[in-house]
Design a protein around this ligand. Structure first.
Ligand SMILES: [Fe+2]
Length: 168
């Protein structure tokens, strides 16, 4: 069964977008979420982690940001938001919801996790740091995550945001 049929992706994205207050195409917006989703799902398959949880992380982890800077509490707000959406757009088991909310709440703290699903989420987010001029460091990634640094970095810095269009 594909992920598309296990939860209401279109409904969830519409809900997130309706409440998102930052630039949808900005450094913490949809393009970033798309790359995080790509990395997270690929890593989850490699590691036998939970592909639904990591996909939900990609869409939700930065959705409650109030600014594009540190915004220290955005992880906490994101986790709370995920709990509020449970049962509306997705129906996670107790363990899955705990993994998702933990991953969201602590994603910017620089921690590493022995839980493969949680670390897949954090790997994926960190692999996209090139968009803000930071090269991901293997120390904060799983072995599988670290193997993707070079490709992920190239992708992240090649975004339109990082390379503004030349004036015509
Ligand atoms: Fe992020």
């Amino acid at each position: 069964m594909s992920l598309e049929t296990t939860y209401d992706r279109a409904g969830l994205l519409a809900e997130i977008r309706s409440g998102f207050t930052l630039d949808w195409h900005g450094i913490h917006g949809a393009h970033h979420w798309g790359r995080v989703r790509y990395h997270a799902r690929a890593l989850a398959v490699l590691r036998g982690a939970d592909t639904l949880v990591v996909e939900l992380f990609a869409f939700l982890h930065d959705s409650q940001r109030h600014d594009d800077y540190a915004d220290r509490l955005h992880g906490e707000r994101g986790a709370e938001y995920a709990r509020a959406l449970q049962g509306r757009f997705f129906g996670l088991g107790t363990r899955q919801l705990a993994q998702l909310t933990h991953a969201i709440q602590h994603h910017s703290g620089g921690e590493v996790s022995t839980d493969a699903t949680i670390q897949c989420c954090w790997d994926a987010d960190r692999l996209d740091l090139g968009r803000v001029g930071i090269r991901p460091h293997a120390r904060f990634l799983s072995t599988h995550g670290a193997e993707r640094i070079a490709n992920a970095y190239e992708w992240s810095v090649g975004t339109p945001r990082a390379q503004p269009a030349r004036p015509r």
